[in-house]
Design a protein around this ligand. Sequence first.
Ligand code: GFB
Length: 395
Amino acid sequence: MHVFLKIVLFGLLISCNNASAVDPNGYLAYCPCMGRFGNQADHFLGALAFAKAINRTLILPPWVEYRKGEIRSTQVPFDTYFQVEALGEFHRVILMSDFMQHLAPTVWPASKRISFCYMERKSLSPSKASKADCHAKDGNPFGPFWDTYNISFVSSKFYSPLNFDVHHSTMASKWQEQFPAAEWPVIPFTGAPASFPVQSENRDLHRYLRWSNTYEEMKRAFIKNKLPRGAFIGIHLRNGIDWVRACEHVRDSQQLFASPQCLGYNNERGSLYFELCLPSKELIIRQIKRLIKSVKQSNPKNEIRSIFVAADANHMLSELNTALSRMNVTVHKLNNDVPHLDLAILGSSNHFIGNCVSSFSAFVKRERDVKGLPSYFWAYPKEKERQHVRVHEEL
Ligand code: GFB
């Protein structure tokens, strides 16, 4: 037989096998219904750890995206951005579309679909308000998410007082005792079975999140064709109006969003301050210049040649170009707004400066940590403290 045909047949055989083999340990599904990509990625790592701990196959949900001017969320298949095979090195997973197409008709018939939530969720619609229920499809993105796969629920199950912290208790066995797979073949959670920000124990699972071939290729092509040869610094600027408003909460909090990634989960590495959330333009330029100089000193053969800027609003291109022109460093960005390509490029830069409070930056930091690449945060450590440390060291 022609070799190509053999390969195709073999591939088909494998995918049919995967699609039709039922996991007797059961399945776990959830809606990534909170926040945008950075939040969903944090939740994903927790859900993956949880699925492994309770030994159920994780049904890979699509990513939930919000497009300007659209009332309903858009669901983007999980494997658009990430490889399914790489996750399989850690635990059993299946794409939601595969599960619904091949397994749900037998494993999870429509009459057996019971949604799981911690406790009763109030309904948005007065006609349904009296029933104690998860109301799993109420509102956006809840309804559009399950509708993507024509899923509706016949009733609800409240799982209080169980939780998802499988690292500090016998929680996993409690889940297994209370919800055995024979009786509950699929546990579909109304939201992610995970905490935000990601638990420190689950950060390292990021090593199994590998970019899909499409994104790998787009990243490679951009770096090769659009950036000058040589080392580059990737920077993430989070400065849109939603962020400016969110940073107002710095005053009354010890932590905000992803801030434990630099401050420590118990503030063991510092307290929250405003510049950590919203650094000034002057501080950004100062910090980039300082990094370029220090790389020049420590690694003269691999001097910084360019800066790649990812931003949600203002890329500061003209300010950065002006400030860095004398250093012979050019500044670049993508032509279009493609958040995941921004992330992939930042993950591969020689150096990275991100926003400690942003979970978008946190995604990059985790990817770089597992690859052993260096990362820094804007305004961290605090400039005064940094000077203090330097004086102290000099003394
Ligand atoms: O990812 P995310 O939860 O990160 O949400 P934060 C920010 C979204 O803004 C991303 C866009 O998913 C992107 O769609 N975005 C941010 C970017 N930075 C970039 C960038 O460099 N390039 C591109 N192309 N897009 C917090 C949330 O966002 O914002 C909170 O965690 C809350 O839930 C707060 O909504 C206001 O953690 O930065």
